[in-house]
Design a protein around this ligand. Structure first.
Ligand code: NAP
Ligand code: MG
Length: 402
């Protein structure tokens, strides 16, 4: 075999849980390490190790991404009470993605991976819709309280020199719940900038939507900042590139998206992006056919799959079955990270290997070899459904031919 491709700076490698953790190793063994002298700084975010370190490992992984610039992350379990029992956990830590995003700040861009033999469920979609999800604040960093009985709930803001400003949330006449959330002008501004830069780079129109008719101050601020960033920093460049910026209400946006041809970047607030990216991914084909990258305003990039740990498949795998779990989004997380590393370090060989691996993956599917989730959607339907291991071997064979 030819000499392996070398790397300069290591990637921050963040391992995860269940089925995606199993496939992570197979991808490295079959598709990466035979070709690349892979350098990584490894963090084990498997649930038990997060628990054993009191979640310190999650914070260390995020800090390493800031230090090295590029990370690649496997899917991880967000612990809940069922998981606490299942894994006998000491603590219930927040979602690792939420912890990492709170440290990196930034925007998550999610783009469907398109293959010729799979058509979107939404028949009008001709081009992929990219979601730009704000990754800081709102309900993901909120304070919540259960209110046991009737009483007054207020929001209180105290300035650094001790002055108070308060506003009534509700005079509650019985038990209920309350939530306080926030965002920062700086974070919203960098969200807007990241979206305009992405739109310019990919030559896509930019859509943004909130519910500013109801949330006049909170969502209103998002709308204002986007408009201001557009007018003061990007309008001339967008005009020159023939790109438009379009603002509307979130419910109107949803209706328009479904009737559109696609081919634009849809900037979404944190929660909208969480929900809408799964909708766009499923309608475009499969959750496993979507790339996801977190772009931090501090100059760091984290690549991951948009789907979870594929829990039910993992239980089948544990019972000794070979599952047909689709590894494409995990492969593209690695290729995305390798391409970014190659770009930053000036390593054209590494970049072209990552490109080749992506092409090999797509052309394997287009050649009729695929996992079960895609087999249900492909036209023509494949004669046989491959398990994950057979599919990865098929990609390897395509890669060898290239
Ligand atoms: P999931 O892992 O995304 O899986 C949901 C369903 O989608 C699967 O049961 C499967 O459908 C299908 N699916 C997802 N990825 C697939 C793939 N690669 N190949 C084939 N089918 C795929 O979501 P979940 O079951 O709701 O969550 C499982 C765990 O993942 C949870 O503990 C959650 O906390 C975690 N999670 C992590 C992340 C992350 O780290 N980024 C994101 C979301 C969820 P079928 O069963 O019909 O085949
Ligand atoms: Mg989600």
């Amino acid at each position: 075999m030819a000499q392996k491709i070398s790397m300069a700076t290591p990637l921050v490698e963040i391992d995860g849980d269940e089925m995606t953790r199993v496939l992570w190793q197979v991808i490295k063994e079959k598709l990466l390490t035979p070709y690349i002298d892979l350098k990584t700084v490894y963090f084990d975010l498997g649930l038990l190790h997060r628990d054993a370190t009191n979640d310190k490992v999650t914070v260390e992984a995020a800090e390493a991404i800031l230090a090295y610039g590029v990370g690649v992350k496997c899917a991880t379990i967000t612990a809940n009470s069922a998981r606490q029992k299942e894994y006998n956990l000491q603590h219930l830590h927040p979602s690792p993605n939420a912890t990492i995003r709170a440290i990196l700040d930034g925007t998550v861009f999610r783009k469907p991976i398109v293959v010729a033999n799979i058509h979107p469920t939404v028949v009008t979609w001709k081009k992929p819709i990219v979601i730009g999800r704000h990754a800081y604040g709102d309900v993901y960093k909120a304070a919540e309280m259960a209110i046991p009985s009737a009483g007054k709930v207020e929001l209180v803001y105290t300035t650094k020199d001790g002055k108070e400003q308060r506003i009534l949330v509700a005079n509650m006449d019985g038990p209920g719940v309350v939530q306080g959330m926030h965002n920062l002008d700086d974070s919203i501004t960098s969200f807007a900038r990241a979206c305009f830069l992405y739109a310019l780079e990919e030559k896509l129109d930019l859509w943004f939507a909130t519910k500013d008719t109801i949330s006049k101050t909170y969502d209103g601020r998002f709308k204002e900042i986007f408009q201001q960033v557009y007018e003061t920093e990007f309008k001339a460049r967008c005009d020159a590139a023939g790109i438009s910026y379009f603002y509307t209400l979130i419910d109107d946006a949803v209706a328009r998206v479904v009737k559109s041809e696609g081919g634009f970047l849809w900037a979404c607030k944190n929660y909208d992006g969480d929900v809408m990216s799964d909708m766009v991914a499923s309608a475009a084909g499969s959750l496993a056919m979507m790339t996801s990258v977190l772009v931090s305003p501090r100059g760091a990039f984290e690549y991951e799959a948009a789907h979870g740990t594929v829990q039910q498949h993992y239980y089948r795998y544990q019972r000794g079955e070979k599952t047909s779990t689709n590894p494409v989004a995990l492969i593209f997380a690695w290729t995305g990270a390798l391409k970014k590393r190659a770009d930053l370090d000036g390593l054209p060989e590494l970049a072209s290997f990552a490109e080749r691996l992506e092409k090999a993956t797509l052309s394997t599917i287009e050649g009729g070899l695929m996992t079960g989730d895609l087999a249900k959607l492909a036209s023509p339907a494949p004669s046989k459904v491959l398990d994950s291991w057979e599919f990865i071997d098929a990609i390897r064979a395509t890669l060898e031919k290239m």
